[in-house]
Design a protein around this ligand. Structure first.
Ligand SMILES: Cc1cc2nc3c(=O)[nH]c(=O)nc-3n(C[C@H](O)[C@H](O)[C@H](O)COP(=O)(O)O)c2cc1C
Length: 408
């Protein structure tokens, strides 16, 4: 619950701001029955999970979807979450990332290192399902977890789901550089985003990974109509539906700063909090040429949260998308919505054909392709050899030659 603003959940409840929300893993388990082409990226915080159970849930979904699952790893930011999950307060910002590093390490061991490629024999004649000599206990003994056993699910098409990451503080970027195959970012300007992108790629290279193998996406919202004038009129109408208090409740929750206690017309100052640091940083110093007051931030995040809103004809919006791809050196976009399904329908009907004309968008969806193959191309079902999960791949190395896994 976003309950930082006025120390209460009222503004969030009144405006329906990220409440109610249902468990996405449950919903996604039903979705592959009605599509054979889409992949599903699910956000699960690594802060409150037992990795042994979580790894099984993702393996189950990877089986159910035929390998169309991605995990967007986040580390949470609301104190109330910790209190409702049995703690007095949330762990410090950086310790949450240390915990997340161990959570993913346990998961990588279970997904990649427990079952050998040919462990499942399913042999009717000998009545053997799996060869016990080829299913290995992971014997994990760490700071936060002790997981001696074997993975409960047999290998799924991708084994490790595609690893996404969202969280752009310096610690978050280090975590992304090590673990992410795709990064979910957000910034109000391409210039602010560029700084983050360059840093993530540089750190990935230092960690021995191909920096171009990290595909970076940023959140945007589009308001499109056949002409610029019609799109501006649509945007003006959408603005009348935004909720000033709901926007403040959102921003207060994510930053950990109760904005009701601040002068709405004085520029925001950066303060170190244990919440999501990027959210305060991008409006207080990431761009030295721009100051933001709480009132301006509330209007900005009212539509599209912390990303930009592109308003205009298909050509105008396509120009913006191309500009951001180049200026911020990103690989794609994560589409938020101002109205659903309207924002998506407009994008599909108007912007996609324009992008296809420009050779920026594919013409058809492939059937039977895993989430990872969509990012990296046919045949790339398993994590790349330079990804940290690959050190546990039994098809690549023997246990004796495996290097030690560096910590975050
Ligand atoms: C674009 C974006 C979307 C995010 N979505 C969520 C989310 O849905 N749930 C969540 O717990 N954290 C989400 N986060 C991540 C948290 O902000 C992050 O895990 C944590 O607070 C630390 O962020 P920091 O590294 O920026 O300080 C998101 C982050 C970004 C950049």
């Amino acid at each position: 619950m976003y309950d930082t603003y006025q120390d209460s959940a009222d503004a969030s409840l009144r405006s329906g701001m990220q409440v109610p929300v249902h468990d996405p893993l449950m919903q996604v388990s039903a979705m592959p029955a009605v599509t054979s082409k889409l992949s599903f990226g699910i956000t699960v915080s690594a802060t409150y999970e037992q990795p042994y159970a979580l790894a099984r849930r993702f393996s189950s979904l990877d089986h159910l979807t035929g390998g169309r699952i991605a995990w967007n790893i986040v580390t949470s930011y609301l104190d109330g979450a910790a209190r409702n999950l049995g703690m007095d307060r949330q762990m410090s910002h950086d310790e949450r990332y240390e915990l997340a590093a161990e959570v993913v390490d346990v998961c990588y061991k279970l997904w990649e290192g427990s079952w050998e490629e040919d462990a499942v024999v399913a042999d009717r004649a000998t009545k053997v399902y799996a060869d016990p000599a080829k299913v290995h206990p992971i014997e994990h003994e760490g700071v936060y977890f002790s997981v001696p056993g074997i993975h409960l699910a047999e290998p799924s098409p991708q084994r490790t789901p595609v690893i996404w990451q969202a969280g752009t503080s310096s610690t978050g970027r280090a975590f992304a550089a090590r673990n992410a195959e795709a990064v979910f970012t957000v910034a109000p300007t391409a210039q602010v985003l560029r700084g983050y992108v360059d840093d993530i790629r540089a750190q990935a290279a230092q960690a021995g990974r191909d920096p171009r193998s990290l595909l970076i996406f940023t959140e945007i919202t589009t308001v499109v109509a056949p002409t610029d004038e019609e799109a501006q009129a649509k945007y003006a109408e959408l603005l009348t539906w935004t909720d000033y208090e709901g926007a403040l409740a959102f921003y207060a929750g994510i930053t950990g700063v109760d904005l009701s206690a601040l002068d709405p017309d004085q520029p925001l100052q950066y303060v170190e909090t244990d919440s999501a640091r990027f959210a305060l940083e991008i409006f207080s110093g990431a761009d030295p040429s721009r100051e933001w007051t709480p009132r301006e931030v509330a209007h900005f995040v009212g539509i599209g949260a912390m990303g930009p809103v592109f308003v205009g004809s298909p050509a105008t919006v396509a120009d913006e998308l191309e500009h951001w791809m180049e200026a911020a050196d990103i690989d794609g976009f994560n589409l938020a919505y101002a109205a659903t399904p309207g924002t998506f329908v407009d994008f599909i009907d108007l912007v996609v054909p324009e992008l296809q004309r420009r050779g920026r968008y594919w013409d058809e969806y492939d059937e039977g392709v895993t989430a990872r193959e969509k990012l990296y191309g046919p045949g790339q079902r398993r994590v790349r050899k330079d990804h940290p999960a690959a050190v546990y791949r039994r098809d690549l190395a023997t246990k004796a030659t495996r290097p030690a896994v560096p910590t975050l």
